[in-house]
Design a protein around this ligand. Structure first.
Ligand code: SAM
Length: 207
């Protein structure tokens, strides 16, 4: 908790939140993993201190794998030592690795059945947010799901505020509409989180 806050204050644009997400949001973000009759290949982006990672790993079925990308080296160390390491010791039939660095530079050759994205798109410039969302959509396997979250009310509030924020927020919203047009979308409202948030899942067409 304290570690998250310290890093959030140091790198506020990258972290984009002052409190890690809670377990109710984690449940909504990871609901599509496991029990689908296929082997899960999961990508998590912007894992922070692991608010969603534990839930992802607990849901992975036998043979499943998770690539966990995080930019902040201190968070990566925590993820390796406190989350992925202890889990790996107990789960030899599934695998997970932490990839330290920016998602845009990550060398990911797989396609993923589920992508769980914790990136603070509202702190990014529209160009960066678009580039990353396109990259993630391209990494989805047919029938795969990309889930990200938005703090409730933030996008609408930003759309109403005059100035550059409004322009960015409107262009981000338009881009999301275009990106999700060929996909089916599901939005789950999570009240019990600081702050209340929507988990937004986009399902790619396919088997
Ligand atoms: C809003 S925090 C979310 C952390 C966690 N998923 C949660 O919900 O509590 C965003 C995280 O994304 C990371 N991040 C920001 N930009 C990134 C990028 N380009 N590639 C990978 N991780 C990034 C930050 O370091 C931070 O840990």
């Amino acid at each position: 908790m304290a570690r998250f806050l310290i890093e959030a204050l140091r790198n506020h644009k990258e972290v984009g939140a002052i409190v890690a997400s809670g377990r109710y949001l984690a449940r909504a973000m990871t609901a599509t993993i496991g029990g689908n009759g296929h082997i899960d290949r999961v990508l998590e982006v912007g894992a922070g201190t692991g608010a969603f990672t534990g839930s992802i790993l607990n849901r992975l079925g036998p043979g499943g794998s998770a690539d966990i990308v995080e930019l902040n080296p201190i968070f990566c160390q925590k993820l390796r030592n406190k989350v992925v390491g202890p889990w790996s010791d107990q789960n030899g039939d599934r695998s997970a690795k932490v990839i330290e660095g920016c998602i845009e530079d990550a060398n990911l050759e797989e396609s993923y059945t589920t992508i769980v994205c914790g990136l603070p798109f509202n702190s990014f410039s529209p160009d960066v947010a678009r580039r990353i969302l396109r990259q993630l959509a391209a990494l989805l396997s047919p029938g795969g799901t990309l889930t990200f979250f938005e703090y409730a009310g933030f996008p609408s509030l930003r759309c109403l505020m005059p100035g550059p924020w409004q322009k960015h927020a409107r262009s981000h919203r338009l881009f999301l509409q275009q990106l999700s047009a060929p996909m089916s979308q599901r939005r789950t409202f999570v009240l019990r989180n600081i702050l209340p948030a929507w988990a937004v899942s986009l399902h790619a067409q396919g088997s």
